[in-house]
Structure formats: structure tokens, C-alpha cells
Design a protein around this ligand. Structure first.
Ligand code: AHR
Length: 512
């Protein structure tokens, strides 16, 4: 009996020791997919102060600008590296008629932005202003075509106006408006949320509409992205893919939209700054669901697209909180705290790890709306915690994923648990980059990183962290959340131990 108890005790002790052993195992001998730089994409909609005030203030503004684009924002975005930028929406895209936004500004008609606050849109920021902005900050443009209230002809003419080098009425018009050469636009979204604000369609119907539009949105190397599901709407994916039977070559991508709401409820979503551990835990738990959605949607897609040609584009993701008190609720303004940094780091790790099928992701939205990387107030600008995550993670852009397996201790809150650590790794020019998140707000964690066969002589590190999970950067104050150097040891015999402080995101780079 005594021996039995002793063995049982030893077994329990060993199991809990094993559970406490946080290990990241990097399979350097396996070839991972390329992490498309477009996973580090953003989204800019005519919504609130994203475009006007946030990006574009006009040439006559007192705010320093380059051809009307805020100089501070341009510089910050260049530094962070925006891989692709989606425009003009969102819901706005399906109310947008591109010809309203070209030609002399004083002749452009004004419209009402029906989805976002009912404000007047004067169309002073249109196709030229957007595509020139992309050239200025060095990013790929991603245009979202109006399917909900637009026509096939309007879409085909936009493509011709933007990308054609032939002589045609549309290219003549472009030249008359000051642009001789076509722009290089590869990414075309055919509609947005056609199951909702983009036309309230059924998936079967949208599949037919998609096929019709896609046939006229033509160009060399175009990547056409169809409207996909929201969150776990597997029925949409199934029915849409069924409708594409025999025509899957018409789509190169299917979108997925998933917003992280702390409460999981579209009514009272939760505050962006005023929250405790319960809301922190729920936000993180909810955000991690994206991995399950990615895996399940891809499984469905692959049943209809055996050659796996249609990739997943998570072209709207991020946190969505209650609007800031006193702000226009239609402007979707929120603060961005250390919690958002944890959300961003975890999502980007997940997207990297699924780089074989996730070709693009666009956080919503780039400036002043939802989980922004930049906030502006008149002439002031703030770089958010999410900005620093994107800046830290840009080492993964177009790098080769290193497949990995992880064993992590749990982070438990009131009886519910999630893995405390998540990670992703890539290699580029012989440098191994590992990004790690410690989601636990209460304790640091120690993890053994193993990379057998990897000859690395030295390591450097960066960290994004702060004292409290609800710390954020505010106008006119010193930054509370930023990126700084992080001390790591020397790799030895294919191993490196990393101690990650509570609620922190770290980058470790190993040099040959
Ligand atoms: O990003 C805000 C809105 O969220 C977008 O306009 C829409 O596509 C989504 O519902």
C-alpha cells in the first residue's frame, strides 16, 4: 500500500513538474511557409477621424503635412512598416462611388456617411489621395469594391482607371486628373460584409454576384478577395464555397472578420481603459478563439478547393470596446492599453503560425478608430501599445516561418484556464526571430527555447511591457507603454532560456 502511495505521489509530482516546464521547440529542419508581409496589414475607412484629421489634413492645414498628409503620421507609419492598407471601407465601401472622389476637389460632390455618424463626406480624399499616400508610406494598396450599391461597370471602370496603361476613356480621365502612369494595385476586395452592411445577401446569392463581378475585375497578378464569414459563421463559408464550385480560380482569398469584445456582447462591450483582471482575462480568452475559427474555416474551404488556392485574409480584426465617453458613438474611438498589446502580439503569433493558409490580415483601423496604432488630437500624436507590437514584429515580414511546438503552463482565472504563453518564430538572412507573449498579468514565466541544429552565437531582445495591464499612452504625457531593449542570455548547445515578465511581449533574435 505504502509503495502504491509513493508511486502515485511521484507520478503526480512528475506531471506537475512537466506541466511547469515551459518549452518552445523550434523545428529548424522543417521548411515552414513564407510569412507574407501582408499579414502585417492595416485598414483605413472613411470613419470618424481615421482619414480626415488622422491621415489627411489638407495642404492648407497648420498641422505640418506633406501634400496634405500629416508628416508625423507618415513618418511613424514608415518606421513601423505598413505592409498593405485596405480602403475605403468597411461598410463605407458599399456606399462609395469612386468617381465622386476624383477631379478638382471643389467640383467633387458631398455625400452623407450613413454608416458612421451621418457626417458629411466631401470626397476630398479619393482614389488619387489614397494611392499616392500608399506610395508615400511604401505600402501595397488594397481596394474594396462597392458591390452593395455599385455596379459591375463601375467596378470594371475603377480597375481600368487605376491600373491600365492602354489608351481608353478611363485612362484619359486619369491623366487629365494628373496621373500619367497607372498605379500598381494587386489586392481587390469584391464587396465587404455582404452578409450585413454590404447588401444583406445570402451566401448562395453572393457567390453568384461574386462570380459576376470577379469576371470583370481583371488584371495581371490580381488577388481577388471574396467576402467571407464573421467569426464562427461556418454556414457562410460552406454555402459560399459550394456556390463557387468549378469557379474557385476566380478567388485568391476569402476574408474572415473577427473582432474581440471583452464581454462578447455587442451591447455593453466593455471599457478600453477601465477594466480589471476579469475583463482582461475574457478579452484574451476571446481573442485566442481566432485560431479555432481559422482552422475550421480552412477545413471547409479545402473541401471545395482541393488545390488550396484560396487563402484566408483576416481583413478585419482587433478589439472593439465601448466608445470613449463624450465621443461620437459613430466614430468608434477607443483607447489602446497594454491589454491591446497582448491581443496584437497573440493574434500576430497565430497568423504567423498559419502562414501556409493565411495570406493577409488587416487590423482595424490604422488611425483613431478601434484598435489603432496611432491616435491624433489636433497637432498631437500618440503611438499606441499596438504600434510598438507591429514595430517589434516587423522582423517576421516575408521571413520563413519556423514550425514550432509549445508546452505552456496555464494562466487560470476563476477556474478557467488558457495557455499562459504563445509564440511564433521565423528565419530571415540567417537570423532567427522568436516573438513570445506572456499573457499572465500576475507572474513572470520562464521558457526553454530549443532549436536543435541551429548554430547561433549571440542573442538580442526587445520588450513591450508596462506596470499595469490598463496602462496606455496619452496626449501630452510621457509614454507608459513602449518598446525597449530586453536582456537575454547567450544561446548554448541549441538552447536559450528566456524569462518573460508578467503581461509582456518579447522579441528574441538569435544571430549566426
Ligand atoms: O471596422 C468597422 C466596421 O466593422 C467596418 O466598417 C465593417 O466592415 C465592420 O462591421
Amino acid at each position: 500500500m505504502k509503495t502504491y502511495f509513493l508511486s502515485f505521489f511521484l507520478l503526480v509530482a512528475t506531471l506537475s513538474w512537466l506541466n511547469a516546464q515551459n518549452t518552445l521547440y523550434l523545428h529548424l529542419d522543417e521548411e515552414g511557409a513564407k510569412i507574407n508581409k501582408e499579414i502585417y496589414g492595416h485598414f483605413s475607412e472613411h470613419l470618424g477621424t481615421c482619414i480626415y484629421e488622422g491621415i489627411y489634413v489638407g495642404e492648407d492645414s497648420d498641422i505640418p503635412n506633406i501634400d496634405g498628409y500629416r508628416t508625423d503620421v507618415v513618418e511613424a507609419l514608415k518606421e513601423m512598416k505598413v505592409a498593405v492598407l485596405r480602403w475605403p471601407g468597411g461598410c463605407f465601401a458599399d456606399t462609395y462611388h469612386w468617381k465622386d472622389g476624383i477631379g478638382p476637389k471643389e467640383e467633387r460632390p458631398s455625400i452623407v456617411n450613413v454608416h458612421w455618424g451621418g457626417v458629411t463626406e466631401d470626397n476630398s480624399f479619393g482614389t488619387h489621395e489614397f494611392l499616392n499616400f500608399c506610395e508615400l508610406i511604401g505600402t501595397e494598396p488594397y481596394l474594396s469594391i462597392n458591390v452593395g450599391s455599385g455596379t459591375v461597370r463601375e467596378a470594371a471602370e475603377w480597375v481600368e482607371y487605376v491600373t491600365s496603361s492602354n489608351e481608353s476613356p478611363m485612362t484619359e480621365l486619369r491623366k487629365k486628373n494628373g496621373r500619367e502612369d497607372p498605379w500598381d494595385v494587386k489586392f481587390w476586395g469584391i464587396g465587404n460584409e455582404t452578409w450585413g452592411c454590404g447588401g444583406d445577401m445570402r451566401p448562395e446569392y453572393y457567390a453568384d454576384v461574386y462570380r459576376q463581378f470577379a469576371g470583370y475585375v481583371r488584371g495581371r497578378g490580381f488577388q481577388k478577395i471574396a467576402v467571407g464569414p464573421s467569426g464562427s459563421d461556418y454556414n457562410w463559408t460552406e454555402k459560399f464555397m459550394q456556390g463557387m464550385s468549378g469557379k474557385t480560380h476566380l478567388a485568391q482569398g476569402l476574408s474572415l472578420h473577427y473582432y474581440t469584445l471583452p464581454t462578447g456582447n455587442w451591447g455593453a462591450k466593455g471599457s478600453s481603459t477601465d477594466f480589471g483582471e476579469e475583463m482582461y482575462f475574457k478579452t484574451i480568452r476571446n481573442t485566442l478563439n481566432v485560431e479555432e475559427y481559422i482552422v475550421n474555416h480552412i477545413k471547409i474551404m479545402d473541401q471545395y478547393d482541393r488545390r488550396k488556392q484560396i487563402m484566408l485574409a483576416v481583413d478585419e480584426w482587433g478589439t472593439w470596446y465601448d466608445p470613449l465617453p463624450g465621443s461620437n458613438p459613430g466614430f468608434l474611438q477607443q483607447q489602446n492599453s497594454m491589454r491591446d498589446a497582448m491581443v496584437a502580439g497573440s493574434n500576430l503569433n497565430i497568423f504567423n503560425n498559419h502562414a501556409d493558409r493565411v495570406s493577409m490580415a488587416n487590423i482595424a483601423q490604422i488611425v483613431n478608430v478601434l484598435q489603432s496604432v496611432i491616435l491624433t488630437k489636433k497637432e498631437q500624436m500618440v503611438l499606441t501599445p499596438t504600434y510598438y507590437i507591429f514595430k517589434m514584429y516587423n522582423v517576421h515580414q516575408d521571413a520563413q516561418l519556423v514550425p514550432s511546438s509549445i508546452a505552456s503552463e496555464k494562466y487560470t482565472y476563476e477556474g478557467e484556464s488558457i495557455p499562459a504563453i504563445n509564440a511564433s518564430s521565423s528565419i530571415k538572412d540567417g537570423v532567427l526571430s522568436i516573438t513570445l507573449c506572456n499573457l499572465n498579468p500576475n507572474k513572470s514565466v520562464s521558457i526553454d527555447c530549443n532549436f536543435p541544429g541551429g548554430e547561433f552565437k549571440s542573442a538580442t531582445g526587445k520588450i513591450v511591457t508596462s506596470e499595469n495591464i490598463n496602462d496606455y499612452n496619452d496626449f501630452g504625457q510621457n509614454e507608459k507603454v513602449t518598446m525597449s531593449d530586453f536582456k537575454v542570455g547567450k544561446p548554448s548547445k541549441g538552447k536559450l532560456n528566456v524569462e518573460i515578465p508578467a503581461h509582456s511581449v518579447v522579441l528574441v533574435q538569435l544571430m549566426p
